[in-house]
Design a protein around this ligand. Sequence first.
Ligand code: ADP
Ligand code: GLC
Length: 470
Amino acid sequence: MEIIHISAECYPVAKVGGLADVVGALPKYQNKLGHIAKVVVPAYDTKFIRESEFEVTYDAWANYGNHHFQYRILKEKTNKLGFDLYVIHIQGLTDRPNVYGYSDDTERFVAFQIATLDWIVQWEHRPDILHCHDHHTGLIPFMVSNCIKYKAISGVPTVLTIHNAQYQGQFGWDKLYYIPAFDLWKGGLLGWEDAINPLASAIKCAWKVTTVSPSYLEEMMNNARGLESLLRQERWKSIGILNGIDSEVWDPETDPMLSKGYNLKTVETGKLANKTALCDVFQLDPSKPLFTFIGRLVDEKGADLLPDIFYTALQQHGDNINILVLGSGDNWVEGRLNQLKDIFTGKYNAYIGYNEQVSHEMYAGADFLIMPSRVEPCGLNQLYALRYGTVPIVRRIGGLKDTVIDIGDGGFGICHDQTSIWDVTHAINRAVELYNDKKAFKAVRKTMMKIDHSWDNAALNYIELYQILK
Ligand code: ADP
Ligand code: GLC
């Protein structure tokens, strides 16, 4: 089968969060299964794109409404990612350093989606599946089925994967003219409440809807920022498939970003070496348990509570714990996390910003990784933590619930029920107890590292899903 993944992010081309990790890995594993999976993303001004070699495969003009733009499809020459990578360059729209956050994001992603389909529709052959990821590609299922100019590909099945229903990409009906011509009576398929809603439209129009964990699928029926009733209505064509991890990129034995590689046998010495190096950089004490948080500093992740959680835990445990944070997001949270550095120097530190290298060093060097998420469709951090022998401390929600079993239930993680200061500090107390029981702690590390969360299984689940549509 030929599968075209269309996405705003793809690791290592452009990454903001887990969407990139999924789109950078799943196609590779689908190719390993003997299929042809390709990826299409916008050509941002990122290091990867600047430093890779591309050839122009298509060059044309397109338009959204009366805005004409020239676009160029560039194919990465070496196939170094394990799949064919196509980036779409649209002068003045895609060629910026960041993936999101511009006032014209609507126009950028509308143009990207139109360019993608204009290009695909003139191929001599038809792909088997168009796989859209999140709202940035959410207009594609509607356009493929309904826009007159895409009639030739209207029979190609579309699949939507919802990585996060909190973000829907709404824009006003005044921009309806951006969408290429279609029978106007079908316009209702684009909207939800008072706006054009690309995520809602994709839920209505895609042949199948998937999300990234079985628990999140159920939770969305009651918590999906206004889309609950729609999701319930389309439940019949929806399925939760748990994400995997790219076990080649995330392998503590071969990870080039670590100060020392390690495996199941060498985990104790390996983790200690990485912890020592990390503590050295961040002025922490490697003889104490190291708690970490890595992620976007937004309410969804419970980040607004982190400063108080850390303050309380550091007050309670005195000199007996270390905390290290890596993240960026809400300014208010960033500021408060920075302030704690002065209060708890030597036992707390924070790196405010995005740094892939530091994240790998932290998964390897940490003892515990905290994820007090309010919403967590899947979560990849806990999966990386497991692979690197770091105990996840998670709220029982979404993908966290599906992947972490509490030590009290014979598992390997520490789970709590609420995103609250009390629940998380209580979980930290339990973690300290586990850390002090050296034998149990070592056993838990080994158990975690043996778990296989690679994409092999999930990639197959997606293939089976596509096969139903053929
Ligand atoms: P989400 O996509 O909701 O942010 P995930 O857990 O699925 O959450 O994935 C987050 C990904 O982004 C992981 O690969 C994580 O290591 C990475 N990440 C998040 N914040 C940072 C940061 N500040 N620096 C480096 N990597 C980060
Ligand atoms: C989203 C979700 C996260 C998930 C990721 C990849 O960003 O917030 O939970 O792991 O997508 O599917």
